[in-house]
Design a protein around this ligand. Structure first.
Ligand code: TYM
Length: 328
């Protein structure tokens, strides 16, 4: 039997390079593996765990679907769907999972702590339940592999714990999912601190940015004098070199590392070259995205077809779980 793969992205604005490298590239890689069955969703139910505007959510959801398609996800190979179209299954399973999960376990997750720091007025039950819903997203499809960035590892760990508990307590057969890592599992912020993130202005490059915008964002990235001993290289410079590696290859990075300890790196040139390399990778995605903007009917058709295919799997998991838990 094929291993099932499930992943998702929250519709909170345009995708950035972190989403692209950490998640989408892995999703594409697995879609082309004949031993996998791939299901990729837009995690719109997760979007309401932080403050949001209902008037833009629907458009943002379509935008993620279009980004998936533009980046190379193929509805003939992958089931592409919107999480809220299957809300009754995902939310239902997450409620069942809440009965085997302690409040303290959820409160101690680093992602929860980050979010309550960012939004101290929005410490909601939805936020606390975020990892349970994510576990349900994965396990309702009995997926064994999840292409996501490094920041999501604690959530995958929760999904494994829940699978083990549900299996032990109710005799179910949930798999213990593993994360599928890409070479860009941790794309650093341009600001020199932490990871690239939609919630930190100046930290990211969006997949729809044009060349001048990419150049401007890179220009703001902090650097140093350009020479020094490698052990003392500032994090901000290491981050730039990591982007060089992702977009221009490890050899180019090594060349810069040699320059750093000899004649020096000229950051103006590095940033110009890097901006061009990033844009060269993004340009075909942007072109396809613009075409899709003109084919809203096609996008709706992909979403409807995806929901239909996803539903064929979810009902069975819910039936088994209810039966085992004494319902019905
Ligand atoms: P979200 O929208 O926050 O992130 C989407 C994906 O992008 C990855 N990512 C990164 N990867 C590398 N470097 C970065 N700087 C970076 N920033 C973001 C994230 O790891 C993620 O893979 N909880 C998920 C959404 C979700 C989900 C699921 C994923 C909901 N249910 C079920 C998989 C399976 C999330 O954080 O999305």
């Amino acid at each position: 039997m094929k291993t099932r793969v499930l992943s998702g992205i929250r519709p909170t604005g345009m995708l950035h390079l972190g989403n692209y490298f950490g998640a989408v590239k892995g999703m594409i890689q697995l879609q082309d593996d004949p031993d996998r069955e791939t299901l990729y969703m837009v995690a719109d139910l997760h979007a309401i765990t932080t403050p949001y505007d209902p008037r833009v959510l629907r458009a943002d959801t379509r935008s993620v679907v279009m980004s998936y398609l533009a980046a190379g996800l193929n509805p003939e190979k992958s089931t592409l769907f919107v999480q809220s179209d299957l809300a009754e299954y995902h939310a239902q399973l997450s409620f069942y999972f809440s009965s085997v999960t302690s409040v303290a376990r959820m409160q101690h997750l680093p992602t929860y702590k980050d979010k309550i720091r960012q939004h101290p007025d929005n410490v909601t039950m939805a936020l606390l339940n975020y990892p349970l819903l994510m576990a349900a997203d994965i396990l309702v499809y009995k997926a064994g592999l999840v292409p996501v960035g490094l920041d999501q590892e604690p959530h995958i760990e929760v999904a494994r714990e829940i699978a083990r508990k549900m299996n032990a307590v109710y005799g179910l057969n949930f798999p213990e999912p593993e994360r599928f890592a890409t070479s860009g599992e941790y794309v650093p912020s341009l600001s020199g601190e932490g990871k690239m993130s939609k919630s930190v202005v100046g930290s990211y490059i969006s997949v729809l940015d044009d060349l001048p915008t990419i150049q401007k964002s890179l220009a703001r990235a902090p650097t140093d004098s350009g020479t020094g001993v490698s052990e003392d290289m500032p994090v901000s410079v290491k981050n730039l070199l990591q982007l060089v590696e992702l977009f221009q290859g490890s050899q180019r990075r090594q060349e810069y590392e040699v320059l750093y300890t000899s004649s020096g790196i000229r950051y103006g040139d590095l940033k110009k070259e890097l901006a061009q390399a990033i844009y060269t990778e993004l340009e075909p995605i942007q072109q396809k995205y613009r075409e899709l903007e003109k084919s809203s009917e096609y996008v709706e058709q992909v979403i409807a077809q995806g929901a239909g295919k996803a539903r064929q799997i979810t009902q069975q998991t819910i039936d088994e779980t209810k039966q085992a838990m004494g319902f019905g």
